[in-house]
Design a protein around this ligand. Structure first.
Ligand SMILES: C[S@@+](CC[C@H](N)C(=O)[O-])C[C@H]1O[C@@H](n2cnc3c(N)ncnc32)[C@H](O)[C@@H]1O
Length: 188
């Protein structure tokens, strides 16, 4: 199985790398919940959509204590410096003010804390970028506000994160929708 042939593997890698008090932003229907292990002492799942939050309440999970909270990443109801790991998967594309959300992520992380990300975004090739820019306005309307053309590495670095490790590459599917950024970052 290739690094990006399957959406389950990146979810497993991300959740297994999380530790301590974890904040997942845009927890959605809870698709990462089954993968958190014993290194996670508490999981706070933030999600603005009540329908998805309700699905997350019924998602399979291990023994990790889970606290699901209806809130947006741009205004997290979380104390400063109280989180060991912020985790985000397929969410940075959809947050309306992603810069503000990343500023919030930095605010809530403890010194030494990490942000773990698995996100799709801006591709390296000019022809794929051309399609990403042209498709994004219509795509946003049918996909709940998802941008195809966000440069995830740039968003992180311009909002005060240092990228500690990152792998990029295409998943199966149409190139404008499937260029992936996966890695870890920490507040500078
Ligand atoms: C494509 S879904 C991904 C859900 C989940 N992270 C996953 O990996 O399955 C995008 C998620 O971003 C969430 N989202 C959109 N705007 C947001 C915001 N302002 N703050 C936090 N999450 C947001 C959506 O409600 C949705 O759950």
């Amino acid at each position: 199985m290739g690094f990006y042939n399957d959406v389950i593997l990146p979810r497993q890698r991300a959740a297994r790398a999380a530790q301590g008090r974890v904040l997942e932003i845009g927890v959605g229907s809870g698709r990462n919940l089954p993968f958190y292990g014993a290194t996670v002492t508490q999981l706070v799942g933030l999600e603005p959509a009540p329908r998805l939050l309700d699905m997350a309440r019924h998602a399979p999970r291990l023994e990790t204590p889970v606290d699901l909270v209806e809130a947006s990443a741009e205004a997290m109801p979380i104390e400063n410096r109280s989180i060991d790991t912020v985790l985000t998967t397929w969410t940075m594309c959809s947050i309306p003010d992603v810069d503000r959300a990343m500023t919030e992520a930095r605010r809530v992380l403890k010194p030494g804390g990490k942000l773990i990300f698995v996100e799709h975004g801006r591709a390296p090739e000019p022809n794929v970028r051309w399609w990403q820019d042209r498709l994004t306005p219509a795509w946003m309307r049918i996909s709940g506000g998802c941008h195809l053309n966000r440069d995830i590495a740039d968003i992180l670095t311009r909002n005060g994160f240092r990228i500690d490790e990152m792998r990029t590459g295409y998943m199966n599917g149409l190139k404008p929708m499937t260029f992936m950024y996966e890695g870890q970052a920490s507040p500078r």
